[in-house]
Design a protein around this ligand. Structure first.
Ligand code: FAD
Ligand code: SF4
Length: 519
């Protein structure tokens, strides 16, 4: 065997650089379902099923090309880790070299490079062409920047790629149309919401669902609603559906939340993008083309493209820039355990019950639920960032560390001390009241910070300002919030502190019997 081409579970890209020069008479592909990867964090059953179903379909598409694929199926081998399994197969197949696209996750990149070194086997590492910006070019962009900001990065990416550009200027004359977006639904709720596309499991996926249900019984989440795209063809259908039916509404409703409506106008494309079934360039091109055809407004198209051309590439760059130290960042010295209800959804806080409930049911919550409900609550409560990270990596079908970690550590928890976000994303329950209908069905009141009906977000919001006054009070964009805090009488501030201490104590006591007990 000349070359064994290693394809990881999130590298299901038919046009991958790993296949350049592939000669089926001398080369073979190697893929592996490693139990350790499903158990590295306490993965949602749908997340495990998505990876396995997509991998098995990809294997079959390569075999249909007439290629040899050595595929280690979860149940059928003893090795638990990817490294152990690869080592055993190298011994059996005796390739003269290994070849792969650089792993997306730091931990696996280290493990595989070290394994090849130990075995004295040449390892050809190829650049991941899926991404729009090579890692080295992100590092060049970072040079000399103490505060890398998304907006600068995004404008540079627009100029570099020519996406939504006209004669060197941004299409429509502005870089950012956010002021046209960010609407809430008002009392009547979403109108004309298009049905989400369905991808009912085929026989191969049903086999995976049965295996996951039997082998990972103790893992969180449900498989009952599983209908994610698991092949390139399905992913393209999902993209077409989004461009046709939802893109126009994406901008205005990007930040809105409605109880019982988990998907709204979001694209649901992150799982297919992160498995590499879809390419970000084709996704941006499809959105831009819809605008040029006059079928979607510029504000929606620009807002959507910013997420992919901007945020997605930016967080990947920051991930590699900061790893492995990123994992341990904890700038605000947060040390509270994760509340037990994050693993069950059982809480009388209506907004959290809705966001976590749908997460456990579907493996999905949209961005503003992740940032301004579950993320905000953990930030205000002061949960240990590593525990927050492990939860997010476990429960979303689109969770892969290079995108999840910067979003959690940087954007949501401010644990990197402001590398990514210029200020912490903090708000009281009134923000949730404005952007959703959750408070209307909640027994708590977002206007109250103390007393039996106090909203925990509001209590913890004032407590956050109080606890971190020294660090943030001179931040220009937080000054108005500190002025409000300073207007409170000393007795009121003392009552707030007491309320927050009681709340933390209650949630910590419940956490002690939390995930371990449900495991
Ligand atoms: P849409 O709302 O339709 O957005 C379109 C696409 O833009 C997404 O599919 C995604 O590829 C990209 N995108 C949007 N926002 C971001 C962002 N902040 N960073 C990177 N890409 C972005 N995204 C993941 O793909 N995996 C994760 O594990 C993940 N964890 C997150 C954790 C937290 C705390 C937060 C605040 C955000 C996280 N995100 C993650 C980003 C974002 O919330 C999801 O990409 C999005 O909700 C996925 O749903 P969608 O495909 O319907 O996205
Ligand atoms: Fe959430 Fe507070 Fe509103 Fe209840 S009152 S839904 S806890 S923000």
């Amino acid at each position: 065997l000349r070359r064994l081409v290693v394809v990881l579970g999130d590298q299901l890209d038919a046009a991958s650089a790993a296949f350049d020069g592939f000669d089926p008479t001398q080369d073979a592909v190697w893929m592996c379902e490693a139990r350790a990867e499903a158990e590295y964090v306490w993965s949602h059953k749908a997340r495990i099923a998505l990876f396995l179903a997509a991998m098995r379909h990809f294997r079959d598409s390569l075999r249909a090309r007439g290629w040899t694929v050595h595929y280690r199926q979860n149940r059928l081998h003893a090795a638990t880790s990817l490294g152990e399994a690869l080592k055993a197969d190298i011994g059996r197949l005796r390739p003269r070299a290994l070849c792969m696209v650089e792993a997306g996750e730091w931990r696996l990149a280290q493990a595989l490079t070290q394994l090849a070194e130990r075995l004295g086997l040449p390892l050809q590492l190829r650049e991941d062409r899926h991404f729009l910006l090579p890692r080295a070019e992100f590092e060049t962009w970072m040079q000399g920047r103490r505060q890398p900001r998304l907006e600068h990065f995004y404008r540079w990416m627009r100029q570099r790629s020519g996406v939504l550009m006209e004669d060197g200027e941004p299409a429509g004359g502005q870089w950012n149309y956010d002021h046209d977006n960010r609407e809430s639904f008002g009392a009547e709720g979403p109108k004309g919401l298009p049905a989400a596309p369905r991808f009912p499991p085929d026989a191969l996926t049903r086999e995976v669902l049965d295996e996951v249900a039997q082998d990972y019984t103790a893992h969180p989440g449900s498989l009952a609603a599983f209908d994610w795209p698991v092949t390139r063809e399905e992913a393209l259908e999902a993209l077409d559906h989004f461009i046709d039916k939802r893109l126009s509404g994406f901008g205005p409703w990007q930040d809105a939340i409605w109880v019982g409506e988990p998907r709204l106008w979001h694209s649901l494309l992150a799982p297919a993008l992160n498995l590499k079934l879809l390419n970000p360039a084709e996704v941006c091109a499809a959105a831009e083309a819809a605008w040029r055809r006059g079928e979607a407004p510029l504000a929606s198209v620009e807002g959507f493209i910013r997420q992919i051309l901007g945020w997605r590439e930016y967080v990947r760059g920051l991930y590699w820039h900061r790893m492995p130290a990123y994992l341990d960042d904890n700038a605000l010295a947060a040390d509270q355990p994760l509340p037990a209800f994050y693993w069950t959804g059982v809480t009388d806080y209506a907004c959290l019950a809705d966001a976590i409930g749908q997460t456990l049911q579907l493996g999905y919550a949209h961005h503003i639920q992740r940032l301004m409900v579950t993320g905000l609550f953990a930030l205000l409560l002061g949960v240990r960032p590593r525990a927050v990270h492990e939860w997010y990596l476990a429960v979303y079908v689109d969770a892969v560390e290079w995108v999840e970690l910067p979003n959690v550590i940087g954007m949501s928890q401010y644990a990197d001390g402001g590398l990514m976000a210029s200020k912490p994303y903090i708000a009281s329950g009134k923000y949730i009241q404005r952007m959703s209908n959750a408070c209307a069905s909640c027994r708590y009141d977002p206007a109250l910070a103390t007393g039996p009906r106090a909203c925990p977000f509001t209590t913890l919001y004032w407590d956050f300002l109080d606890r971190h006054q020294e660090r943030f009070q001179s931040h220009p964009r937080l000054r108005p919030q500190f002025l409000n805090l300073q207007r409170k009488a000393p007795g009121e501030r003392e009552a707030l502190r007491r309320e927050a201490v009681l709340l933390r104590g209650r949630l910590a006591a419940a956490a002690a019997t939390g995930p371990a007990a449900t495991e």
